[in-house]
Design a protein around this ligand. Sequence first.
Ligand code: AOF
Ligand code: ZN
Length: 383
Amino acid sequence: MTVEQEIPLEHRNFVEQAVALAHTVEGRTSPNPPVGAIVRRDDSVVGAGATQPPGQAHAERMALQAAGPAAQGGDLYTTLEPCTFHGQTPPCTDAIIAAGICRVFYIAPDLDPRMGAGATAVLNKAGIEVHRLPDPGGAVAALLAPFRCRVALGRPLVTAKYAMTLDGRIATVTGESQWISGPASRLQVHLLRDRVDAMMVGVGTILTDDPLLTTRLDNHWRTPNQPLRVIVDSRGRTPLNARLLDPMLPGKTLCATVDPPAAWVAAVERFGASVERLPADANGRVALPELLTRLAALGVNHLLVEGGSTLFGALAAARLIDEVWAFIAPKLLGGATALGPVGDPGIARLSDALTLVTRRVERHGDDLLLVATAAAAPWWDVV
Ligand code: AOF
Ligand code: ZN
């Protein structure tokens, strides 16, 4: 668990502003992580910035640019250690030195393998003091978790989201599933979609629910983010009149498949969706590790999986679930054949259960939201 450390009072307000800025760009920076930065001169903020879309300026450059000459002799607060290398953009350490910053305060180290000896070595050499500050409430670790997962494992961080009844059903015995959770929970789902890079469902969910998989947030404070829609559809069974193939929908759709009919591929591509052919697993279905690697290569740091139980079953068996968002509605459905969220093959032994740690419990309307992270996933505990 995160060890709570106190941020010295003189820095607290600036750190909190930098974290708040990082939150404003969550879901909009991948494959780059969302970062916030503040330039302080005496007791005032003279510049503020957050990471721009990929290929554009990092948070520190945005903050320094906003500060202009006022940065000279000032302090820089940033949620992530400033980069020391040329990626798609030049090193932030160059900009910090050029601006005449005296002290740098950062919260989390950048674990990108290109960081070399790190920012402290580079900045100290230029006479700049560098200090590390504690992560307020684990907020920075949570913001960086998807990026760190991809850098370490070469696959996105996987969040599984589902709604179930108090007795663990996601549908009735006849298969009816809309809606288990209430409108307040569904708003939370759209806020979650607004923060991720891609969302994924199995073709079974397309066939039963015909979902749109868009982010719908009326009067939201920022333009809603439309994550890449991914359908896991090994044989190309997505109906050509499925609502999410509508070319007018915002955002992009990708069909992950193994062996689809050629006419289906041509039709889907005509709608503007892309078709990715992937290797098959032992059951002839899309090999999920390969799919996740492919998505990481497309710049996906954070993948939200919204069902159905077949896909969750396969992901759980492959231990590819890092986080669960379970909405629990106070309803009982019963029925021995009514589905639960995670389907076959299941885990035979209790001692092999995919074990999670509860991070948050919230009430939304009459529903409960439980957010838990896999005990084996270190991303929320390292800062
Ligand atoms: C920072 N500030 O705001 C972010 C950083 O290809 P580039 O040039 O955009 O570099 C991407 C890398 O920069 C990324 O992998 C991560 O190590 C770092 N992200 N660094 O100084 C920022 N977002
Ligand atoms: Zn940078």
